[in-house]
Write a protein that binds this ligand. Structure first.
Ligand code: FES
Length: 355
């Protein structure tokens, strides 16, 4: 049932059937004879004049709410059914956790259906009454405006701003220049980092040097199951920017059985099962260091992010959002391990990838 009220009159419900009957005869009502002539004619919704249309809307709303209930049941079932480490390939997202995908989809559908059901209910079945409320004037009464203007003139006269031009001009100059101090201070923010944060000291041909012995590494120095930390050749502890550079370039090297390596790119970038990954955790940058030989898992001690070194260092657990970046390595003609270039993606916290 719908009605229309103007500023000066209210239309009672007894008057409506006459209007609705007339509108029904003309398929869909286009005007309301009781409407205020100053307002555009009220258009009745099909649901207001056709009980079958109203029933259809009711069923649509009930269907959406039922779908939401089913999606919530699906959410709970997904939580129980999917193992935490099951990965599926979904275009265009790539490799994603099946559990996260199922939880996200079901929760999304459940919330969307509640919202869509409520909107459809409000638009088609709830009251369609149009209201008009007069807007009060925003401007102050003339006597108040006159008082403000006369007070302002009086203040300007007492300050003698118009007469003392020297004071007025120097005051405007002082007020205009003060903000410049803040602009100059911006220089103290330092030079822009440009793309320095995206690159490390690794480059094609740089030898992998043992961080403890300072000796270049050969494949035979890396035993199966051991964890070795390395730095790029030429980066010495007494360099003034050593800390800054090692914080990005620190490397961890393990030797796996080549057959155990599941990720194709990881295998291509390895040498006889020797793989090199960034040691900087992709959560907030702690050094990852706890290696579990049997499972090939490596653990960050700060917040327990766990990475699978046999599967592209993907995240198995914890808050890290990305796998550890891998360094492409090979052996040079003298038999030493060397880098084939810099890391292919920024190391450390995912923040830099969004910059
Ligand atoms: S820094 Fe590694 S889990 Fe937080």
């Amino acid at each position: 049932m719908s009605s229309q009220t103007g500023p000066d009159e209210n239309v009672s419900d007894e008057n409506l059937p006459a209007a609705q009957e007339e509108a029904h005869g003309a398929q869909v009502a286009k005007s309301d004879p009781f409407a205020d002539p100053g307002l555009p004619p009220h258009e009745h919704r099909i649901q207001d004049i056709d009980e079958r249309a109203a029933k259809r809307s009711e069923r649509t709303v009930a269907f959406l709410f039922t779908l939401s209930m089913l999606a919530t049941v699906g959410f709970i079932a997904s939580f129980v059914a999917f193992p935490i480490d099951k990965i599926v390939y979904v275009w265009p997202l790539g490799r994603v956790s099946a559990l996260n995908l199922a939880l996200g989809l079901t929760l999304g559908v459940a919330l969307f259906c509640i919202g869509a059901g409520a909107v459809h209910w409000a638009r088609t079945l709830m009251s369609d009454e149009e209201m008009v409320d007069e807007r009060h004037p925003i401007a102050a009464p003339p006597e108040v405006r006159e008082k403000v203007i006369s007070d302002f003139k009086q203040g300007a006269k007492e300050s003698a701003l118009g007469r003392r031009k020297l004071i007025r001009n120097t005051m405007f100059g002082a007020v205009a220049l003060v903000p410049l101090s803040g602009v100059v201070l911006l220089r103290d923010l330092g030079p822009l980092p440009k793309d320095k944060l995206r690159h490390t000291a690794w480059a094609k041909g740089k030898l992998l040097v043992n961080e403890n012995t300072n000796e270049p590494l050969r494949p035979e120095d890396i035993a199966v199951g051991s964890l070795t930390f390395a730095k790029p050749e030429g980066l010495e502890e007494d360099d003034h920017d050593f800390q800054k550079e090692i914080a990005k370039a620190a490397l961890m090297i393990v030797r796996l059985e080549p057959n155990d390596i599941k990720d194709k790119r990881e295998l291509d970038w390895s040498h006889e099962g020797i793989v090199a990954f960034s040691k900087i955790c992709t959560h907030v940058g702690c050094p990852v260091s706890l290696y579990e030989q049997q499972t090939h898992h490596v653990l960050c001690p700060c917040h327990q992010s766990t990475f699978d070194l046999a599967d592209g260092a993907r995240v198995l657990f914890g808050p890290a959002g990305h796998p550890l970046p891998q360094l492409n390595i090979s052996v040079n003609k003298d038999g030493y391990l060397e880098a084939q270039g810099d890391f292919a993606e920024p190391v450390g916290p995912a923040f830099w990838e969004r910059g």
